[in-house]
Structure formats: structure tokens, C-alpha cells
Write a protein that binds this ligand. Structure first.
Ligand code: DAT
Ligand code: MG
Length: 147
């Protein structure tokens, strides 16, 4: 079963969107495997966003993502990586379709509410960066036979 790393960013936490965002993935039919509220160190933020370190917005990105707590989550389900990306919407909320998380709640690209892994490789990398095995719960939900 596929797993992905999702994170409500500091703007989403400040705007009381944790519950709304968790609810969307629960209602969709995915399974929450692990979650925690945490404040990222500069080192962890730079590692997480390492692929962007040469981009002009890297400094701003790291200072934003460390500016307050984030809600880190691992979700499980069939095709959860790409489906979660669709549910999030385009990176720039101005281009994200209504009905997506960024389309419904975001305005500008630097504060776009949520992060989600973009591939199998990044999901594995990000899950192990933010969670250890003891924090990840392996369990079955009865309802999954209807999902
Ligand atoms: P995504 O978060 O959709 O995977 P990304 O990996 O390209 O997008 O970029 C990571 C984050 O960096 C993104 O969520 C917000 C920020 N970002 C991307 N492009 C930006 C830009 N042109 N100006 C400012 N911030 C940007
Ligand atoms: Mg990305």
C-alpha cells in the first residue's frame, strides 16, 4: 500500500485549517498512519527542501516553513501520492482549481497551505526524514473494504 508525506504549513496552522485538511483526506478514504505538530529546525527545513536550494526563493521558503509549527502527517492508500497532489491543487494558489485545498484556501505561492510528496522516491525520503518507525501505525480499517 502506498504512503505519502503531507504537511500543513505554518500558514495553514495559523489559519485553523488542520482539521479541515485532515477531514478532506479522511473523507476521501485514505488512512492516517502518523501525525504530529512540530516546529522545523533550519537544518531539517533545508534538507527537506534541498532540491530548491539554488532557487531565488529558497531563503524565504526556509524562513517561512520554520516560522511556526507545522502539522506533519503520513497518509496511506491506493495512489495516495498522486491523488493527494490533485487534492492539493497547483503550487501557485492563483492557478489552483476551486475545490482543491490551495484553490480554496491559498492566495500566494509563498504561503500555499500544504506540502505533499511529489513521487514515490520523495515520499520515502520525506517520511523517513520526519518520522521514525515507532511513530507510524500499521493497522487496517474495516471500512477500507468499501473504499
Ligand atoms: P510544491 O509544493 O507544489 O511541490 P515546489 O516543490 O515546486 O512546489 O516548491 C516548493 C515550495 O516552494 C512551494 O510549495 C512554495 C515555494 N515556491 C515555489 N515556487 C515559488 C516561487 N516562484 N516563489 C516563491 N515561493 C515558491
Ligand atoms: Mg515539491
Amino acid at each position: 500500500m502506498e504512503r505519502t508525506y503531507l504537511m500543513v504549513k505554518p500558514d495553514g496552522v495559523q489559519r485553523n485549517l488542520i482539521g479541515e485538511i485532515v477531514s478532506r483526506f479522511e473523507k476521501k478514504g485514505f488512512t492516517l498512519v502518523g501525525a504530529k505538530l512540530m516546529t522545523l529546525s533550519k537544518e531539517l527545513a533545508e534538507t527537506h527542501y534541498g532540491e530548491h536550494k539554488e532557487r531565488p526563493f529558497f531563503g524565504e521558503l526556509v524562513s517561512f516553513i520554520t516560522s511556526g509549527p507545522v502539522f506533519a502527517m503520513v497518509w496511506e492508500g491506493e495512489n495516495v501520492i498522486s491523488t493527494a497532489r490533485s487534492m492539493m491543487g497547483q503550487t501557485n494558489p492563483a492557478e489552483a482549481a476551486p475545490g482543491t485545498i490551495r484553490g480554496d484556501y491559498g492566495v500566494q505561492v509563498s504561503m500555499n497551505v500544504i506540502h505533499g510528496s511529489d513521487s514515490q522516491a520523495s515520499a520515502e525520503r520525506e517520511i523517513s526524514l520526519f518520522f521514525n518507525e515507532q511513530e507510524l501505525n500499521n493497522y487496517e480499517k474495516e471500512v477500507n473494504k468499501w473504499v
